[in-house]
Design a protein around this ligand. Sequence first.
Ligand SMILES: [Zn+2]
Length: 404
Amino acid sequence: MAGFTQIRTLPGHPGTRRTVVACLILAVIVTVAGCGGGPPQREQTALPLKLRQAQKALEQGNDELSTKLFNSLESPEQPLRVRGLARLGLGRLALRKGELDQACRHLELSRKFLSSGPHHARALLFLGEAQLRRGVTNSGLNQLEKAYQSLADPDDRSRAAFLITRTLDHLGQPVAALYRNASQQHSYPEYASIWGADSQPLEITPRIVEEPTPTSRVTRIANPARIRVQNRNSWSARPPRRGAVVRMTRPFRITVHNTADQPAIEKLGQQSPPQYLRRIQEYCTDTLKWGDIGYHYLISFDGRIWEGRSMRYQGAHAGNNSLNRGNIGIALMGNFDINRPTSLQLKSLRSLLAALCTLHDISPDSIAGHQELRETTCPGRHLQAALNRMVKDLARSPARSRTR
Ligand SMILES: [Zn+2]
């Protein structure tokens, strides 16, 4: 076990308490300062008259007039914010008429034009609803969870929470207390058809597809890229300790790590990844008393991708239960504050990220280096820099389809 103490920093980096305290202080300051209320008054008055007329017509149910006015405001010479709000209006009108493809198109653009703030969050709320109605459930849930954090209007927030709670209940998946509590007081019958018998069937969250024989060593992820993953049989993993692992909820984010081992362990990783994986597993289960190795995937120096903890179970890699929820953990073997990841590792990481984003309908902006989540040097400066470029590139990639 010599040289293994360093692995203590691998799954649970120090600094959580400090971060939590800092967050609490920040929350108190924000509350005292009175932020987080409705959109500032001057924002409303700064809107062009025509836009306000269009919004009023929309609220009054005068669809013909509001369509005409919103359409006239959606032209390239208008400021992005006006175009974003016009698309938001057009999206809501299309949603009202049940023209779901059209609604999604408008709302996708609205989300893009209104890059942040409460209006952006409203675009996400309606986009989430439209996607749920189309049966694109995972993506719909992702929009709603993102919207929930930034919505200013209490009714909008409880609508988002209601849609999330009802959909997860319908799928038989666990619901965070936050959403259940926020939606408890309300009922929105206008959403009933989303889960009713006449709605489109809800998609089943895709999972890893195992090769037919149980002794097979390679698993393929069900996606067009056919990523090869060396499964747990290939490194003779022990089964997870029952009772010490919890079921994975719907994955909606990915966190990238480095294993940051001492040189002796790193050498083992280079010589024999299976042996290395067994030692990490041993440490996680025997010393830390965890249910299994913490990461879902690991990438060795030669670029091979290894299955860590089964995706059936929540990982133990980001720092605490809240950060691990719905979070896919990927670790590259190595210490990337000192060394650079190999080109084979980066190539595999990119393919794996692209495949997981497609498979679980995760937006590339939900991919983060561990240090973006909490105070830690992980995944090391060299990997973090490469990851930043990779995420930008993935977001641009036309091959990745957001809505199947
Ligand atoms: Zn980490």
